[in-house]
Design a protein around this ligand. Structure first.
Ligand code: URA
Length: 184
């Protein structure tokens, strides 16, 4: 078993925070161990909780399409979340839950060593890069920090609730498409 698989196994039996009690299935993440790009969302939703796979619901369909538009397939990238278990009613993960889960994400980043880490949405941006950053301001830009290269993006689900977000989401992914040529 690889170290990444060992982390996944630990996640699946984790009880470090109360989300361990309410989840159906934990969602460690999916993708190749040598992925050059990693996407980090917020946390599993209902479909992900049932299937144990990240981004398989409506937001996942949007993500798949946005990736295709810039020549990427889901199989090319590693997809995970800042918390690996579903927060009830899809609420934002609580700070203590994010802290409890952080070691798993750091372990995944260390082992995969991606060239680019794309945060999806505010919680991932504020957890991994800057607790005060605004996702609209940094969408589709390159941020180098702690020896890692990040590209924050608006969460694909934002366009499902708000038509006005669809264009900025597409713009962020288009910018990522251009950045890939330089970094990946
Ligand atoms: N939204 C997320 O942030 N993560 C998922 O895995 C699914 C939806």
């Amino acid at each position: 078993m690889s170290l990444l698989e060992e982390i996944a196994e630990q996640i699946c039996s984790c009880q470090r925070c109360p989300l361990g009690e309410t989840r159906t299935r934990a969602v460690p993440g999916a993708g190749p161990e040598d992925a050059r790009i990693m996407f980090v969302g917020e946390g599993p939703g209902r479909d992900e909780d049932l299937q144990g796979e990240p981004f398989v619901g409506k937001a996942g369909q949007v993500l798949t399409k946005l990736l295709q538009n810039i020549g990427l397939s889901r199989e090319d990238v590693f997809i995970t979340n800042i918390v690996k278990c579903r927060p009830p009613d899809n609420r934002d993960p609580h700070p203590d839950e994010v802290i409890a889960c952080r070691e798993y994400l750091d372990g995944q980043i260390c082992l995969i060593r991606p060239k680019l880490i794309c945060t999806l949405g505010r919680p991932a941006l504020q957890t991994l890069i800057d607790p005060t950053a605004s996702v609209m301001k940094v969408n589709g830009t390159v941020i180098r920090q702690d020896g890692l290269t990040f590209v924050p993006l608006i969460h694909p689900a934002a366009g499902l609730h708000n038509e006005n977000m669809k264009q900025p989401i597409k713009d962020g992914f288009k910018a990522l498409g251009r950045i890939l040529a330089d970094y990946v």
